[in-house]
Design a protein around this ligand. Structure first.
Ligand code: COA
Length: 260
């Protein structure tokens, strides 16, 4: 897959998307969302990709937000469509049945931070800066931060970040649970791959079902979610991976998962 505003790499089980407008700090324009949309559709159809990393090309930015020049053109109707389109693409990233990790290698602001929020896990480099500066531009977050940020860091911290528009560094983002781990800029990608390789040793069916249940926990009541988890648990108990994983434990050997 060859694109203009993103770089797609597929190495074995793993795919990497690099946002690629470094001269504009990887700001998300319509073309980039179109290409992300197409790329995600291809990943959805590809049964041999088991993990996805999203990062920024260059050493300065993950993504410094929606493209402000395009944003400026929005009116009431087109503004709603602008927000709905980004939300739709990001929702599909969140719903991918494989681990999706944002490797935040610099600025993750506005729509860039929202893209990271839609990923399942966030790792950051020491120089990362995160924030939702939309109110300083006279607008509000439009690609999901008002909904996902409170679910990740709690309502009060989300409000503090969104209504101040303040940027926070990697350490503060780690402290409030916005990023899971911090690495040096040089190590970020390798360590992210290393993490995914650990996940790949587990049953891919069980990883997929876990992601699904945890995604559902954000949308369902506790009772509905517990019911959903039991349903999935039963389904997984019918898999070969489940029999193999538990038998391997009993026989004191490593499991040989076949993803069935
Ligand atoms: N949309 C469009 N262009 C952007 C952009 C964005 N969100 N963020 C950065 N750029 C462009 C700049 O306009 C500049 O382009 P130019 O060289 O053609 O003028 C280029 O990227 C480099 O940015 P610059 O501002 O010169 O880098 P810096 O290191 O001085 O500052 C930031 C970095 C992130 C602090 C600054 O670029 C910034 O505040 N960007 C906007 C962040 C924002 O409000 N995002 C939310 C959008 S909803």
């Amino acid at each position: 897959m060859s694109y203009e505003t993103i770089i797609f790499e597929n190495i074995g089980d793993l795919a990497i998307i690099k946002l690629n407008r470094p001269e504009k700090l990887n700001a998300l324009n319509k073309k980039m969302l179109d290409e992300l949309d197409d790329c995600i559709k291809n990943i959805e159809k590809n049964n041999s990709i088991y993990g996805l990393i999203i990062t920024g090309n260059g050493n300065k930015a993950f993504a410094a937000g929606a493209d402000i020049a395009e944003l400026h053109e929005c009116n009431k109707q087109t503004g709603k469509l602008f927000s709905e389109y980004g939300s739709y693409v990001f929702k599909r990233i969140e719903q991918l049945p494989i681990p999706v990790i944002a490797a935040i290698n610099g600025y993750a602001l506005g729509g860039g931070c929202e893209l990271a929020l839609a990923c399942h896990i966030r790792f950051a480099s020491e120089n990362a800066k995160l924030g939702q500066p939309e109110v300083s531009l006279g607008v509000i977050p439009g690609y999901g931060a008002s909904q996902r940020l409170p679910r990740i860091v709690g309502k009060a911290k989300a409000l503090e970040l969104i209504i101040s528009g303040a940027m926070i560094d990697a350490n503060e983002a780690f402290r409030i649970g916005l990023v899971n781990k911090i690495f040096s800029q040089e190590e970020l990608l390798d360590k992210t791959v290393e993490f995914l390789n650990t996940c790949f040793k587990n049953s891919k069916l069980a990883v997929k079902a876990s992601i699904d249940c945890i995604n559902k926990s954000q949308e369902m009541s506790l009772l509905e979610g517990l019911h959903y988890e039991s349903q999935k648990f039963g389904e997984i108990c019918a898999s070969k991976d489940f029999k193999e994983g538990t038998l391997a434990y009993i026989e004191k050997r490593l499991p040989n998962f076949t993803n069935e």
